[in-house]
Design a protein around this ligand. Structure first.
Ligand code: M6R
Length: 588
């Protein structure tokens, strides 16, 4: 959570940091701030609220100098107030910094720093005071920063400046940090979109890296042994245009529509690599899919697909629960981690659990160079391009597409899997067309004032029902619960009353049973919305999707993504930045 960006170079810094923060807003958007160093002075502007609102109050671009840093916050320690907004300084006003992560021993450290004046309730401010303390002992800015960071338990990506220095210190442990490499200018940041307008060349930092940056270039050190180290420059294969909204009002809609392309890109993997992973799956004794949120519903879908196509049992465990399964892991177990960002803390922790037991770790990730790509034995990239909207849409369908391919490859029928997925192109095109969007807007009008909704599905359509419920609730704030079709009658049906909407996912193989379940709801006054290939007299509203068997989880979810988007707009919610959420959940 939280996004940070810094800049050293020759340009005016504040507009660069401002535009970078706008691109990082998906990581957190409850407060923001920028600090620059100019003529031996630190200048700071910060406040609570969204960046644009803060900017309209205090012109964030109007800060002097060519050296600066900024932060967009998702609160963890301390409320959403100006005082808790980053950047933070020490007592003397010499050090200024921003931080993304959590300092676990901050209460302990705060007790040790009892003579210092703290302005905020954040864990971050501790770092500034620790550096101040080290400087009082005679250490220079760089050495003091190294010593301070070594005292921290927890994780961080941090950028630090001193009013008496023309350098930025960048360091990471557990939170993402990359450096954009320009011509005599450098952009340390949480994520590439922050600087993609300026450069496609990046250096991915690794845990315990400590970098001293000036416009002549970076110097890398390891905080583990203090030695100087080398880091390679790589070039990203997507451009600034992909990280822009373009003609769309919101990234959410842009990313939903992009699925025509992204699903095809996801399956455009080397057959050799897919077959290699399929061999790992065949040889493993015990397989786990591990992920969080939407990615975990992709995994659940994957487990049904593997059962049906490859006759393989796969355990699906949420990242945060995975440590409780440690006893089942051996050096023959295969752990497959799925994540859009590759930075989700709970998913990354699962890698550590797997490593402790000697299990092999494979990953399916969207963001190249992310922590998960670097910590896995093998990695398949979903290649969806940047997903900026906080809600996962195109990454989800790409994950499912890859899992379907893997299941077919495990069954020795990779080409058949590819064929099924290629055939999706036209369906996805139709499902995202304007006419479909208008049809779903009409439904949105009927749903926008509801307090509760339900979604049901059976078999492959069950995880789809769960994902549809998540999409609807996280962006429209209407309470929506997903259930296996047969489960509602075991209690929750008590909540159905006149007009309660229930979205029913119908596939050919589950049709009879799910329609019976829909009848049970209809008999109690429920408003039935059918999603399937054929209309039925019990449906009050019908959303037509093609019947595509194993790829139904893709075709049936797309209208739900659009519906969630429409309901959000009709209720005046921001689809790209829902309240209380952040794109990468880097806290436990
Ligand atoms: O980056 P990841 O795929 O690991 O993220 C996992 C979840 O945090 C994410 O899918 C979350 O549930 C989204 N809000 C879903 O739209």
């Amino acid at each position: 959570m939280c996004g940070i960006i810094g800049y050293v170079g020759e340009r005016e810094v504040a507009p660069i940091i401002f535009s970078g923060l706008k691109k990082l807003e998906y990581r957190g958007y409850d407060s923001a701030g920028i600090a620059t160093v100019h003529n031996g002075k630190i200048c700071i502007k910060k406040d609570s609220g969204k960046i644009d609102d803060i900017h309209s109050r205090m012109n964030l671009k109007n800060l002097p100098g060519c050296l600066g840093l900024g932060h967009t916050r998702w609160a963890t320690h301390g409320g959403v107030t100006r005082e808790n907004a980053h950047p933070h300084t020490d007592c003397s006003g010499e050090i200024v910094l921003v931080h993304n992560g959590i300092i676990e021993n901050f209460q302990e450290l705060r007790k040790l720093l009892k003579n210092h004046d703290f302005e905020s309730e954040t864990d971050t401010e501790i770092i500034a005071h620790l550096i101040e303390e080290e400087m009082k002992r005679g250490n220079d800015f760089v050495e003091a920063s190294k010593s301070a960071l070594k005292k921290i338990v927890g994780h961080y990506a941090t950028l630090i400046m001193s009013k008496n220095d023309k350098r930025i210190i960048a360091a990471r442990r557990g939170s993402p940090l990359v450096i954009g490499v320009g011509d005599k200018e450098y952009f340390p940041a949480s994520d590439i979109p922050a600087f993609i307008d300026y450069t496609k060349n990046v250096i991915y930092l690794q845990d315990h890296d400590f970098v001293v940056l000036d416009k002549k270039g970076p110097k890398f050190f390891s905080l583990l042994n203090g030695k100087e180290i080398k880091r390679e420059v790589s070039t990203v294969d997507w451009d600034a245009e992909q990280a822009r909204k373009g003609e769309f009002d919101h990234f959410m809609l842009k990313e939903i529509i992009e699925q025509t392309e992204t699903i095809q890109k996801a399956i455009n993997q080397s057959s050799d690599v897919i077959k290699e992973v399929a061999e790992d799956i065949k040889n493993a004794k015990g397989i786990f899919f591990v992920a969080c949120g939407t990615a975990s519903y992709a995994c659940m879908t994957g487990s049904y697909v593997f059962s049906k196509i490859a006759k393989k049992h796969i355990n699906v465990v949420s990242g945060s629960e995975f440590p409780h399964f440690e006893h089942f892991l051996t050096d023959r177990t295969l752990v497959i981690e799925v994540s859009q960002s590759g930075e989700t803390a709970d998913t990354l922790d699962a890698v550590k659990v797997a490593r402790r037991k000697g299990s092999k770790v494979l990953s399916i990730v969207n963001v190249m160079g992310s922590s998960l790509t670097r910590n896995s034995d093998k990695c398949l990239l979903t290649q969806s391009g940047p997903e900026i909207c906080v809600l996962s849409t195109k990454a989800y369908t790409a994950q499912i597409a890859l899992l379907i391919l893997l299941a077919y490859a495990t069954a020795g029928k990779l080409e058949e899997g590819k064929k099924q997925l290629k055939e999706l192109y036209n369906s996805v095109y139709d499902l995202t067309a304007l006419s479909t969007r208008e049809h779903l807007k009409k439904l949105g009008e009927k749903l926008k004032n509801k307090d509760h909704m339900f979604t049901i599905g059976r078999g492959l359509m069950y995880p789809t029902a769960l994902e549809a419920a998540l999409k609807l609730k996280e962006v429209s704030y209407i309470h929506t619960e997903g259930f296996a079709g047969g489960d509602l009658k075991h209690g929750t049906i008590a909540l159905i009353e006149g007009g309660t909407p229930c979205i029913v996912f119908v596939s050919k193989d589950t049709e009879n049973d799910i329609i019976s379940n829909a009848m049970e709801i209809k008999s109690r006054g429920g408003y039935i919305i059918g999603v399937g290939s054929e209309n039925n007299e019990i449906f009050d509203y019908f959303i037509k999707v093609p019947e595509s068997d194993i790829t139904n989880p893709i075709t049936h979810i797309i209208p739900m993504q659009i519906l969630a988007y429409q309901v959000a707009l009709l209720r005046g919610c921001d689809p790209d930045k829902p309240r209380n959420l952040a794109k990468s959940v880097t806290v436990r």
